[in-house]
Structure formats: C-alpha cells, structure tokens
Design a protein around this ligand. Structure first.
Ligand SMILES: NC(=O)c1ccc[n+]([C@@H]2O[C@H](COP(=O)([O-])OP(=O)(O)OC[C@H]3O[C@@H](n4cnc5c(N)ncnc54)[C@H](O)[C@@H]3O)[C@@H](O)[C@H]2O)c1
Length: 471
C-alpha cells in the first residue's frame, strides 16, 4: 500500500521533504497556511523532479501525488511519517505538535526539522513524547542525503528504528545523534565556520567572495569526499593520525582563532556582508543560483558514486536497492532512466559516447537476465561486443525520461545479436537505435566458445520468443 507522508509547514525545507517523499513513491499531504504555499511547493518540486532522478541508473518508483490540504488533521490522519517544518520558534512548534498529535496515528513517526532545538524541548507538554524525534535535514533536502536523527531519552526506540528504516528507504543517511545538544552535530561546525568568516569580513581581511574561493577551491572539495578526520589522517602521511596530531597540536595554543568571540551584529556589519554578497552574486536570480547549485551537486555526487565513495556510496547502494529484475515483456525493457546533467555536451544534447554507454548498460541488463551475471563472469565466461552500429535519430536532453527496449535477433551458439531501441518516455518517440553483435568468450583462453548450458538455453529461449513476437 502507498505510504503517506504529512508535511506540516511547506517552506524551503518542508517543500524539499515533500518533493523527496513524492519522488520516492510516497503520497504526500502538505499543510501550510501561506496562500503562496502551493506555488512555492510546485517550484521546489519542479527543481527536485529535474535533478533527483539524475542520481540514479535505476528506474524511479512511481511518483506519488503532493496534495495541499486545509487542516493539520486532514494532513496527518492515517500518515506513516509526519515532518514538522514550521518556523524555528518553540511556541509555534509546541502548538503545531499538539495539533498533530490530536489526529495522527500513535505509531507514526513525528519528526521535526528543527536546526537548533533539542527533542526534549519539543516534547515539553506533548501528549505522547515517545513519538517525537528530530530529523534535521540539509538544503536541498531532495539532493543531500544527511538527516541528523536525534531522539531524547523519552523517544521510543521503536520510533527511532522505524525512522532509520524510512529515511534509508527514501535515499537518506540517518545519522543517529546519541546525545541531544543544541544545534545537533553539523550545525555546530557551520556555526564555527560562520563566526570565523564574519570576523574575516569585519576585520577587512577577506571579502565574501575570497572566503568562498578559499572553501570551494580547497578544503571544501576534501571535506565533500572524506570529511575532517580521514582527510587529516591522510595529511599525516605514512605516520598517520598520531603524526598529524603531534605536528599540528601546538597550533591550538596559538592565537589563530576568534571563535570564542562573537562579532557584534551591527547594521554596519550586515551592510558590509550584504553589499559584498550582492557584488559577488547579484547578477543571478535565486532560481538560477539554485539550478546551478543542484547541477553542481548532481555532478559531484555522480562522480563520488562512480568511485563508490562518500555520499556517492549511499546513492550507489540505494540505486541497487531500487533496481528490480527485468519484466517478461517482448521486446524486453532493459533500461529506464533520466539523462543526467553530466551526460550532455556543450549544446545541451546527450553526448554521443553516452549512447554507447546506454546501449552497453542495456546489454548488461540482458546478460544478467539470462544468467551471464557477475558470478558467471567471475567464473571465467563472458560476452564481448564485436560490433555496434548506432543511429542517432532525435535530440535528447538532460532531464529527459528515456527507456531502452532490447530484442534478441540471433542467439545461437557463441553468437548473440541484439537490437536496441531508445525511446523518450513522455511520447514514446524513437530517439536512437543500436545494432549490436556479441561473441561469447572464455576469459581463460580469450577465444570465442559456446556459453555454458544454462545461459545458452536462456538465450535460445529468448531468441525464439522474440522471433515469434516479431514475426
Ligand atoms: N533553511 C534551512 O537551511 C534549514 C535547514 C535545516 C532545517 N531547517 C529548519 O526547518 C524549519 C523550517 O525552516 P524553513 O527554512 O523551511 O522556513 P520557511 O520560512 O521557508 O518555511 C516555514 C513555513 O512554515 C509555514 N508555517 C508557519 N506557521 C505554520 C503553522 N502554524 N502550520 C503550518 N505551517 C506554518 C510558513 O507559511 C512557511 O511556509 C525550521 O525549524 C528550521 O530550523 C531549516
């Protein structure tokens, strides 16, 4: 049965949650008193629907509906997950939580997006404190996998376990914060960096742009893939972490940081920062900046996915979990996916080389389907492509939903001939075709040879089925 997520407060963060849940196949109900909420959520969903599927090679689940409703009760009745994302004020959060608990199922997860409050603060005066947990996400919620999951001593363990399961199922990483503290873990760092940055600007040492350059051209890239400690371990060289600590430990005594001082938040400081920021990025409207950010995140996350590292490892695992076996239709649908931004050339078209990749992915899916899978290859047998002819029939752009059908034209002995057709999903327009000839090879002798009996039988059966349907 379709699962239901209730999003209470549909601003920047609530909109991001709504989009992620809907794209992962959940039915979503949103309550937000703002008359502009529907437009704003539509815009966030537009952004999310363009980029989130680009992270996956697997077909996405059937998209759920997002429906705006008139009351909190209507949103939360029968919901499996409730995400409170109202403004960061404890009195508002208390009022909203009371209203939610008046109507939601007792077993539902009631999670708050709060950046700063502890779960025990949210639980004050609640009807069922055990149901409440913090799930603190990062903007954009639809691309960044981290959610800090913070229970208090009063939160039920079953709720925490269920929250972990659901966050993982929607492609997120639940970081279980075992002790509740103000601002959890990640925002503590951000606060430290933010304070140092304010001082650097206030003291005239660096502009906002210079500070951003210091991050994006240097340590920001290291942090994105290894974090802090693993990066420093590498910096310690062969002697490792102990050496690093010994070398840099004394610096902690030097007066490098102003972290314990807070710059006075005067109008002058605000004007200085806002003015520099306008000079740096004022030529772009916020929607363009969001799109740029999202494209960059997709490219970085896909790069990390290819390496199976950092957040890319999570996406790889989620992608594998989303991938099911092929169906039985004729011809077989071997690939269903969205064209990612990093597959396009300067014209915005899908790059020629990617067609080859797509059709090779299609034949790999077919191989797995007939039993010539990773184990079969590891045991010393494989198919090698001997010839491909690709015809490019229509333009294909980033963000388009496409699918590939594959027909076995010849499947005899060591010969396998496939006919792939790539279509646009929205109107089934034929975009490209590929005629592919493969030979079965022994990885030991590196010479062609017939497949093992089970695979040969599967190939012959498929060839007969496809010939019959094609006749
Ligand atoms: N912005 C971020 O980067 C970020 C990151 C992580 C967590 N958070 C947290 O997420 C929460 C929401 O922040 P945001 O940035 O989305 O704020 P926002 O101002 O963009 O959105 C808040 C939304 O709540 C709605 N709202 C106000 N009162 C409400 C009520 N009684 N019932 C339902 N909806 C109501 C508002 O109309 C608005 O659309 C905060 O707790 C914040 O700390 C924010």
């Amino acid at each position: 049965m379709t699962k239901v997520a209730a999003i209470i407060g549909g601003g920047v963060i609530g909109g991001g949650w709504a989009a992620r849940f809907a794209l992962m196949g959940w039915e979503v109900r949103v309550f937000d008193p703002d008359p502009e909420a529907e437009r704003k959520i539509g815009e966030v969903m537009g952004n999310a629907a363009r980029v989130l599927p680009m992270l996956y090679e697997a077909p996405m689940p059937k998209r759920g509906q997002i429906r705006l409703v008139e009351t909190v009760a209507e949103a939360v009745t029968g919901a499996d997950w409730i995400q409170e994302s109202v403004p960061e004020r404890l009195d508002i959060k208390h009022r909203v939580i009371a209203e939610i608990q008046g109507a939601c199922p007792e077993g539902a997860v009631l999670a708050s997006s709060t950046s700063g409050f502890k779960p025990s603060e949210l639980q004050q005066g609640a009807a069922r404190p055990g149901q409440i947990v913090v799930a603190h996400p990062f903007n954009p919620v639809y691309l960044l996998p981290l959610a800090e999951l913070v229970p208090s001593a009063a939160t039920d363990e079953a709720i925490v376990a269920r929250a972990k399961e659901i966050l993982t199922a929607i492609g997120m990483y639940p970081l279980h914060v075992r002790a509740e503290i103000d601002a959890h873990i990640a925002d503590r760092f951000l606060e430290a960096v933010w304070r140092e940055a304010l001082w650097l600007v206030k003291d005239g040492i660096a502009t906002t742009e210079e500070i951003d350059n210091a991050i994006r051209y240097g340590f920001g890239l290291r942090w994105a893939q290894m974090g802090l400690f693993e990066t420093y371990r590498v910096a310690g060289g062969e002697a490792g972490m102990r050496h690093f600590m010994a070398q840099f430990g004394p610096c902690l005594q030097w007066p490098w940081t102003k972290l314990t001082d807070v710059p006075e938040f005067t109008d002058e400081l605000v004007d200085l920062i806002a003015g520099q920021s306008d000079a740096q990025s004022g030529h772009m409207v916020i929607r363009d900046l969001e799109r740029l950010r999202d494209n960059n995140l997709v490219a970085i996350l896909r790069g990390l996915k290819q390496q199976g590292a950092g957040a890319g490892k999570l996406i790889l695992e989620h992608d594998t979990a989303l991938r099911g076996p092929l169906g039985e239709e004729v011809p077989l649908v071997t690939v269903r996916r969205v064209v990612p931004v990093d597959w396009t050339d300067i014209n915005g078209h899908m790059n020629e080389g990617r067609y080859g990749q797509l059709f090779s992915d299609a034949s790999e899916e077919l191989m797995t389907h007939i039993g010539a899978d990773r184990d079969y290859i590891a045991a010393g047998n494989s198919y090698f492509t001997a010839e491909t002819t690709i015809k490019y029939l229509n333009e294909t752009h980033a963000g388009e939903d496409i699918y590939v059908t594959t027909r076995v034209m010849i499947g005899q002995g060591k010969k396998l001939k496939l006919w792939h057709q790539m279509h646009r999903a929205s109107d089934h327009e034929l975009l490209a075709t590929c005629d592919q000839f493969l030979l079965h090879v022994s990885l030991e002798t590196r010479r062609s040879c017939p497949p093992l009996p089970d695979v040969l039988e599967a190939v012959e059966a498929l060839a007969a089925k496809h010939a019959e349907a094609g006749a």
